[in-house]
Design a protein around this ligand. Structure first.
Ligand SMILES: *[C@@H]1O[C@H](CO)[C@@H](O)[C@H](O)[C@H]1NC(C)=O
Ligand SMILES: *[C@@H]1O[C@H](CO)[C@@H](O)[C@H](O)[C@H]1NC(C)=O
Length: 530
């Protein structure tokens, strides 16, 4: 009886589901840290709409908690490395990026970065091997009949699983180093004359020397990209699939690219019909703050508060730096909420409170918030755009310098350099963004652009994932550039052919002229002699 009831209830549910549209099965290849926080919003929305979502995750994931009850299913892959080994790689990287790299030449920095990526590749290889070479797991995935795969390409491997399962897939990403993945694998047009190369820290209006830098960066990253660990993955993919292929070719099969930015943040640039800009999809109206925090915020009175966070990866500053920052913060009339896990700085003012964690979106949306001091992570920047809060950016690595450069160019931020800034610099920057109205106005302008869209970014992301499920792909949006080689793409063969035609024509004409000149010249001479 009971089971019958259940069965009919289930049937009803399914009917409703079918009535409400299509209930699909989504397989997710996640990345970790802040990337996961962003993707989680999409997954929650998918499950809310009745889709079944399964996340393929390594047993040692850092912040993906697969033991907690959740609307998501987790397919946990046991791996031989543990959390600590990943944490070590990340911490080493943060350490190197924050303290060592600024003292190195660009070439040495690139080498350091490469070392780091090779360590990530090694970890990634183990995960990939434990999935695609585990036949029982692959059979299980095959039998689950998924409709689509959602992949964050920060960690390589998702597209290989999609290829094995013959599934259409959707990418979700912020950006790849030098735009290499979007540009070479996704065929996104990226003219270096006005599209700044990702991670170069440049803006769209470049001086001649900046364009030189941009083109050179483009070239170096292109070269680097070719060398880099792509070679390793080309072999890995070819070996796994049993036919000759490349990582880029496999990545290029993505049906839709969901990019985590939007025109409030991006500079205008060409894009393709299968690129969708969904920046800020995680932003929500602010919720009330915890009581203690709200009281502290209210105690600031007319002056308001400043929110300070360097993100989840920087936990710790040198004592000197922490004291410098704390003493600058102590000088401002605002109250400060500082997310910081390190030792309490001796110069900490009475207006500043340290927190292990802050509900960042809720505080940024608080009417008393005047400014946001940020390392420039995309999630945080978008929360500031959403709520219209001007920023002081202290970028350190990855996409952060770019993000801050964008906000600075749009007049919503002041940029500081962590390594060279003085107490006065930080104090003046804060005073500027809080007291000069242009920063607030520009932040509000970006906020208006962000909110004035026909469809919310999250809804657009979901729409395209569902579109791919309903239509088994989005091949109608795929540009034919994918089928051309480099020479064909740039029409070099055509230019060569046309040049050859012109050359032949010129050659023939000259030859004819010479011949006729000789002939008529000779006859003329002959006639003269006669
Ligand atoms: C292969 O996958 C199955 C099912 O997920 C799992 O139980 C098993 O431990 C895996 N085998 C290896 C060698 O990892
Ligand atoms: C903080 O930095 C100090 C020295 O710079 C180091 O000894 C300590 O382990 C670090 N703590 C954390 C939590 O990273």
């Amino acid at each position: 009886m009971v089971s019958e009831k259940w069965a009919s209830a289930l049937l009803l549910l399914q009917l409703c589901c079918a009535g409400c549209g299509l209930c699909g099965k989504v397989l997710v290849w996640p990345s970790d840290m802040s990337h996961w926080l962003n993707v989680e919003n999409i997954l929650k929305e998918l499950t809310d709409r009745g889709h079944e979502v399964t996340v393929l995750t390594p047993s040692s994931a850092l912040i993906i908690d697969h033991s907690k009850p959740s609307a998501l299913n987790f397919e946990v892959v046991s791996v031989t490395y543990d959390k600590d080994s990943i944490l070590n790689v990340l911490n080493d990287f943060t350490e190197v990026a924050v303290t060592v790299m600024p003292t190195l030449s660009p070439w040495q920095s690139a080498k350091k970065l490469q070392e780091f990526f090779l360590r990530i590749t090694e970890i990634n290889r183990i995960l990939c091997e434990n999935i695609v070479y585990n036949q029982s797991l692959m059979r299980k995935l095959q039998e689950s009949n998924y409709d689509v795969m959602l992949i964050d390409p920060m960690f390589v491997g998702g597209e290989l699983v999609a290829e094995f399962l013959a599934l259409p897939f959707v990418y979700t990403l912020r950006i790849s180093i030098g735009n290499t993945i979007e540009k070479y694998c996704g065929q996104l047009p990226t003219p270096p004359s006005y599209v700044p190369v990702a991670m170069g820290g440049l803006v769209d209006r470049m001086t001649f020397m900046e364009r030189v830098k941009n083109v050179m960066l483009d070239f170096i990253l292109n070269f680097w990209f070719q060398q880099f660990d792509f070679h390793f993955w080309d072999q890995f993919y070819s070996g796994a699939l049993g036919r000759s292929t490349t990582l880029c070719e496999t990545m290029g099969k993505a049906e839709i690219w969901l990019i985590r930015t939007y025109w409030d943040f991006e500079f205008p640039r060409p894009y393709l019909p299968n690129f969708e800009f969904v920046g800020g999809l995680h932003c929500k109206p602010a919720k009330p703050l915890p009581k203690e925090m709200e009281d502290f915020v209210q105690s600031s009175g007319e002056d308001g508060v400043v929110v300070f966070s360097l993100g989840s990866m920087v936990k710790n500053l040198t004592e000197e730096k922490a004291n410098l920052i704390a003493s600058a913060l102590a000088q401002i009339p605002q109250k400060v909420l500082w997310r910081y896990k390190g030792k309490k700085p001796a110069t900490l003012g009475t207006n500043t409170r340290l927190y292990d964690w802050i509900p960042q979106n809720d505080i940024l949306g608080h009417p008393k918030t005047k400014a946001f001091i940020t390392h420039g992570g995309t999630n945080g920047i978008y929360e500031a755009i959403y709520h219209g809060v001007p920023m002081v950016g202290i970028p350190m690595f990855a996409d952060q310098p770019d993000n801050i450069a964008h906000m600075k160019a749009k007049g919503a931020a002041v940029e500081l350099n962590m390594n060279t800034m003085t107490r006065e610099d930080l104090f003046n920057a804060l005073r500027a963004v809080i007291n000069e109205p242009s920063y607030k106005e520009n932040a509000m302008r970006l906020s208006r652009i962000h909110h004035d869209q026909p469809m919310k970014p999250l809804d657009r992301a979901i729409f395209w994932i569902e579109f791919v499920m309903r239509n088994k792909g989005a091949k109608h949006l795929r540009v034919a550039a994918h089928d051309l080689n480099w020479v064909q793409y740039h029409s070099l063969d055509v230019i060569g052919f046309l040049l050859a035609c012109v050359a032949t024509a010129v050659f023939l004409v000259t030859k004819c002229c010479l011949l006729s000149y000789k002939k008529f010249g000779k006859t003329g001479k002959k006639k003269k002699r006669e």
